[in-house]
Design a protein around this ligand. Structure first.
Ligand code: SF4
Length: 469
């Protein structure tokens, strides 16, 4: 019998977590670790490793093929362009404290696509051979240029067999024409709601009148479009976050089933205001407190609520696949399936890359509408797209579920050769995975109820998370 390489991490006084490269995992003791390292496995060890798919006898036997299949499912293969973020205008009618995109004033000139840029965007979309496309309209405030949104949507509906549109709007001023645009079945609204009404006013809407207007528009969006097509994201300052129960109550009262908890990300303009990110531990503690409060809420609630990134992480651990989040996938190809087109026609691999470039910190553009994609730059980015050969990640028990975030490293450190374990991306994901596995092995029925609802399965049993003595 041959055992696939196992990575391990000490969890507590008694137990270690083990995982293989295809993502199967179990808990066991230091005694097992010693037997594994010294090649002194007992019969019971061998039987357990066979049962869990961690071993095989011959290349090509069912256990080998099963492992290969699970491994493949965890790999994000490079697919054609299918997600495009468009920034038709940088102008905005709000001035939020931590706006990351150095927005332009509502009345400013020269910050919108002109006719030529619109034609170039449509030509770029026309060159794609994929049958499916998702367009996300960002800003500034994209509803200030409803005409450009209409032109893109009309074109995509004709060109692609399946198309979906997300409008990232502050919902401050929504005309009747804009409501009609947003009400279409293929169109989704993504807005910001900073956890509690009071905090939202402090950080975003500022005046009582503007705040009332936002509240009325958020209620109208939920009423006219429905919570299934409206999402609201809170952005929080880790040094002064709101009480988790207050945030959960505010989201529950509006019928939201998902909260994507984000801290101010200290990129672009936000870094100018908030300085370097020194909030790691504060945020980790808050995040854990928040999820615990969510689990208590879900214990008695008819409509449960998820924290989006934790659910996504659990799905990656237990199910593999789920490559649709650019902050967590492996390899994390840049400039391939995902593209950002800025108001000035520059192309970026992610929205974060756009923000970092906008403030002049480092130019992460990968071409322009005029010159096309810069293939050489894209290849350079993608030299370090996967964690397979990262000297830290190769030994990490969380490698099958994790990925690298080059843009975050460049944004924070201006370089990509910082040892992974010293990066904020690694530290925060290490904490997140530790917490996820703590929940997966929990004996608390309330935790099981929440996990089942987050994974959208009928029941979660911690027996799924294996133990070996
Ligand atoms: S980035 Fe950190 S947590 Fe992720 S696989 Fe690498 S070492 Fe592990």
């Amino acid at each position: 019998m041959k055992v696939w390489p196992l990575q391990f991490r000490k969890l507590d006084e008694n137990d270690f977590l083990f995982s293989d490269d295809a993502g199967a995992f179990f808990r066991s003791s230091e005694a097992f670790l010693t037997r594994y390292v010294e090649n002194q496995l007992s019969e019971s060890d061998s039987a357990f490793l066979r049962r869990g798919g961690h071993a095989f006898d011959d290349i090509g036997d069912p256990a080998f093929v099963g492992f290969a299949s699970r491994w493949t499912q965890r790999i994000n293969s490079a697919t054609p362009l299918g997600y495009v973020i468009l920034v038709p205008t940088l102008r905005c009618n709000l001035m939020c404290d931590y706006c990351q995109v150095s927005r332009a004033a509502e009345t400013a000139k020269g910050f919108d696509w002109d006719e030529t840029k619109l034609a170039q965007v449509l030509a770029l979309l026309d060159r794609q051979s994929t049958a499916e496309i998702k367009i996300e309209f960002q800003g500034g405030e994209p509803l200030l240029r409803l005409d450009l949104l209409e032109a893109v949507r009309t074109f995509c509906r004709r060109k692609f067999a399946i198309s979906e549109f997300v409008v990232c709007t502050n919902l401050q001023d929504v005309s009747e024409d804009a409501w009609r645009f947003l009400e279409a079945e293929d169109t989704f609204v993504s807005t910001s709601f900073d956890g509690t009404s009071k905090l939202h006013q402090t950080q975003r809407t500022k005046t009582a009148t503007a705040h009332e207007q936002f509240n009325a528009n958020l209620d109208a969006a939920l009423h006219r479009i429905g919570p299934a097509r409206v999402s609201a994201l809170p952005t929080l300052d880790p040094s002064d976050p709101p009480e988790p129960t207050d945030v959960i109550a505010a989201f529950a009262a509006r019928g939201f089933g998902s909260i994507f908890l984000r801290r101010v990300n200290y990129q672009g303009f936000a870094r100018k205001k908030y300085g370097l990110d020194r909030s790691h531990q504060e945020w980790t503690d808050y995040y854990r407190r928040f999820v615990r409060a969510l689990i208590s809420h879900n214990a008695t609630a008819e409509n449960t609520i998820e924290e989006y990134y934790l659910s996504h992480t659990l799905r990656r651990i237990l199910q593999g696949g789920h490559h649709n989040h650019v902050d967590l996938r492996n390899p994390n190809w840049l400039g391939v399936d995902y593209l950002v087109v800025d108001f000035d026609g520059r192309l970026y691999p992610t929205d974060e890359a756009r923000m970092v470039s906008r403030v002049g910190q480092i130019d992460l553009s990968i071409g322009s509408l005029n010159a096309g994609l810069d293939k050489e730059r894209i290849s350079l980015f993608n030299l370090h797209a996967s964690n397979f050969d990262d000297p830290d990640c190769v030994h990490c028990v969380y490698k099958p579920y994790c990925g690298l975030d080059l843009i975050d490293d460049l944004s924070r450190y201006g370089r990509i050769d910082i040892p992974s374990h010293q990066t904020e991306h690694c530290r925060s994901h290490m904490d997140l995975f530790d917490f996820a596995f703590e929940l997966l092995y929990s004996d608390d029925p309330n935790v099981h109820k929440s996990i089942a609802s987050w994974l959208q399965v009928a029941r979660y049993s911690p027996m799924l998370a294996q133990r070996h003595s």
